[in-house]
Design a protein around this ligand. Structure first.
Ligand code: ADP
Length: 399
């Protein structure tokens, strides 16, 4: 069975074609600058990459070219589109109604339109990607896998904000949580790596990338997560502030004369690692600057490490313990020093890592970095959201 996974952003579209019999990616690529001008990079394992500057008026143009390349005589990997059994779309937000991966049709797409207001950044491009797939491959089973659906199990006291309750009723203001597909994937791997069912485990997963979130999963169910109504809450990220005293925000807006949209841009685009360090949103560049003596870069990393520790501690309290701690995504998988610092002086919780194993953990591999005898097992697990989407899609079409 072959599954095409699509992840559409506002001006980009990523794709991966999986052969589910082997679990391998047989082609993948990236369409960029959609609606601006356009470029495509098309990759096939073991063969030379193909790159072209093209014109993408919209997501339909991008999907059309992807399908053409996949079936191209020289650059393709399949001879006909009928070889693709189904399409899996990544969708950030499923709102309060779409709470599991599902095959979608008109009704679900209408619902996605209706919640664009609470998901203005990621909603419209995801819908464009879905609509483009429907037009270019009519009748092909089309699944959506929502970042939010992993959090359908959150208890109400973990998702209701202490604001007037009417805003939850009127505007659906609550914690939704994001990155759920990544947290679900690595949590699933934990069970495999520990040889124990998830129903026996308390797991804390740290997805640390450009966007970062931490999730607590107790006995197989997500019970809390750091991102909230939007992917803005929780940890400081590349350019996003994460949590701050809410009153600071209108105060800055008044002092600087910012509109609500400008305030959003400041919180989303100028804060986090970039905001504190003034150097970069990229953790590697912030680290390099800190090592070269830049004190604000040092401070940005210190804030990040401190906030990760505090969240881990709070989830240990929420679950009355933890059995497994996981690091994943760009920073979590690669930044050894950050992992070392997060896990330092956590022996009260039973968390201790083997510094040599952590230091030498090979990139892109699943590694148990726990110190011998530590009560909590700590893993580095590369995330694979696309594979998770392909798996969900396969399950839906073979049901
Ligand atoms: P996204 O959230 O966009 O998917 P990624 O998961 O790719 O992002 O993570 C990007 C982050 O990972 C960047 O801050 C980058 O600096 C960081 N990163 C990647 N490799 C390393 C590394 N070797 N050391 C430290 N940080 C790294």
């Amino acid at each position: 069975m072959k599954i095409l996974v699509i992840n559409a952003g506002s001006s980009s579209l990523k794709y991966q074609l999986f052969d589910m019999d082997t679990g391998e990616v047989i082609a993948k690529g990236l369409c960029e600058k959609i609606g601006i001008d356009g470029a495509i990079t098309h990759k096939r394992p073991g063969r030379e990459d193909y790159h072209a500057e093209v014109t993408f008026r919209d997501h339909d143009d991008a999907i059309a070219l992807v399908l053409k390349l996949l079936t191209d005589k020289d650059l393709g990997v399949i001879s006909d589109l009928s070889e693709i059994d189904a399409i899996g779309n990544r969708v950030a937000h499923g709102g309060e109604k779409l709470r599991r991966s599902m095959l979608v049709g008109d009704e679900e797409i209408q619902y996605l339109y209706s919640i664009v207001g609470i998901n203005p950044l990621h909603g419209p491009p995801a819908i464009k990607g879905i609509e483009a797939c429907r037009r270019q491959m009519p009748g092909k089973p089309l699944a959506c896998v929502f970042d939010t659906s992993y959090y359908a199990t959150l208890p109400d006291y973990a998702y209701i904000y202490p604001l007037p309750y009417e805003y939850y009723e009127k505007y659906l203001i609550r914690r939704y949580g994001f990155h759920g597909t990544s947290h679900r994937y690595v949590t699933g791997r934990v069970s495999e790596l520990c040889g124990r069912p998830l129903e026996e485990l308390k797991v804390i997963t740290c997805h640390l990338g450009n966007g970062s979130s931490i999730t607590a999963t107790k006995y197989g169910k997500a019970v809390d997560t750091s991102m909230g109504f939007t992917p803005q809450e929780g940890l400081p990220m590349g350019t996003r502030s994460g949590s701050v005293d809410p009153t600071v925000i209108p105060y800055i807006a008044r002092m600087e004369g910012l509109t609500p949209d400008e305030t959003d841009k400041m919180l989303n685009g100028k804060s986090g690692l970039l905001g504190i360090s003034g150097v970069s949103s990229d953790c590697r560049e912030v680290r390099a600057a800190a090592e070269a003596g830049n004190d604000r870069a040092r401070l940005a990393l210190d804030v990040l490490v401190y906030d990760i520790k505090k969240l881990i501690g709070s989830y240990i309290a929420a679950m009355n313990g933890v059995d497994v701690l996981v690091f994943t995504a760009g920073i979590g998988e690669n930044d050894r020093d950050l992992r070392r610092r997060v896990c330092a002086e956590m022996d009260f919780f039973g968390i201790a890592i083997d510094e040599a194993v952590n230091e030498n953990a090979p990139r892109g591999k699943e590694v148990d970095i726990s110190a011998p005898g530590s009560r909590v097992r700590t893993f580095v697990i590369p995330t694979d959201e696309e594979y998770m989407i392909a798996l969900d899609t396969m399950k839906l079409v073979t049901k």
